[in-house]
Design a protein around this ligand. Structure first.
Ligand code: ATP
Ligand code: MG
Length: 237
């Protein structure tokens, strides 16, 4: 098997001097594919994402991007390498306008960002309409669009999303998943955490079920959805 495009490989670590949260946890995504991490609250899903993005020191294991070991890189250096991360909370600047949020996303770029901004507005037309409005005045689903749009402004090769559909209605969730699929089709790899496990696994090329910082199940999204044990334990039957 060839090396995945992005892999957090057998990661072990936690916060500061605290106890380990991740115990040999592995997550990965291939080029242009969608990988989904699910699991109970407190399983370490967000922690695994932070570890992959370099916001957490892992004391064993490694993170590799396109074959390169990036374990020692800062988050900002990872952004420069093509990674973008939308955290679970505080993922937009609420007092800034929608457009200013998108501009902030492009802070590392020195080239013309207007083309990418057009692409984001094409993906999320409502953001164009509301571009002068403070992002904090938008609905939950629209805020998540701002967060995803801001991440796309770096023109990443891999987009990491921690619960992009948190707190939105089922219709808005479907809509967001459709946009995420659209992004993946442009060749961008998606690594995301989802609380809506069933729906997320339906669009996942690969799925990870994490429990207490460990990999409990790993398979294609389809296979996990069909696994009676996974269904009974994690998908409500
Ligand atoms: N900043 C932090 N400092 C110390 N411990 C933390 C920190 N953030 C999370 N933890 C602990 O790490 C463990 C895993 O938390 P994490 O947020 O990764 O879980 P999660 O799977 O994302 O849960 P949720 O579904 O609720 O988002 C929990 O025990 C939590 O208390
Ligand atoms: Mg979380």
């Amino acid at each position: 098997m060839s090396e995945p495009f992005l892999i957090g490989d057998r990661m072990t670590g936690g916060y500061g001097r605290g106890a380990d949260i991740l115990h040999g946890c592995t997550v990965s995504v291939d080029r242009g594919e969608i990988a989904v991490i699910v699991g109970p609250n407190g399983a370490g899903k967000s922690t695994a994402m932070k570890a992959v993005f370099g916001m957490l020191n892992i004391h064993s294991g490694s993170v590799r991007l396109d074959g390169e070991d990036i374990t020692a890189l800062t988050p900002q250096a990872r952004v420069a390498k093509g990674m973008a991360f939308v955290p679970q909370t505080n993922n937009i600047f609420t007092s800034m306008s929608v457009e200013e949020n998108l501009e902030m996303g492009a802070f590392l770029r020195r080239d013309d960002i207007s083309g990418t901004m057009d692409e984001v507005y094409h993906l999320f037309p409502i953001l164009k309409e509301k571009r002068r409005q403070a992002a904090g005045e938008l609905s939950g689903g629209q805020r998540q669009q701002v967060a995803v749009g801001r991440a796309l402004m770096t023109r990443p090769s891999v987009l990491m999303l921690d619960e992009p559909t948190a707190g939105v209605s089922p219709i808005v969730m479907d809509e967001l998943f459709d946009r995420i699929i659209e992004v993946a089709r442009t060749g961008i790899s998606i690594l995301m955490v989802e609380q809506n496990a069933r729906q997320a696994l339906e669009i996942a090329d690969k799925g990870y079920v994490l429990v207490q910082g460990r990999n409990a199940y790993t398979d294609t999204g389809k296979a996990l959805l069909a696994d009676p044990e996974v269904r009974r334990t994690f998908l409500g039957g």
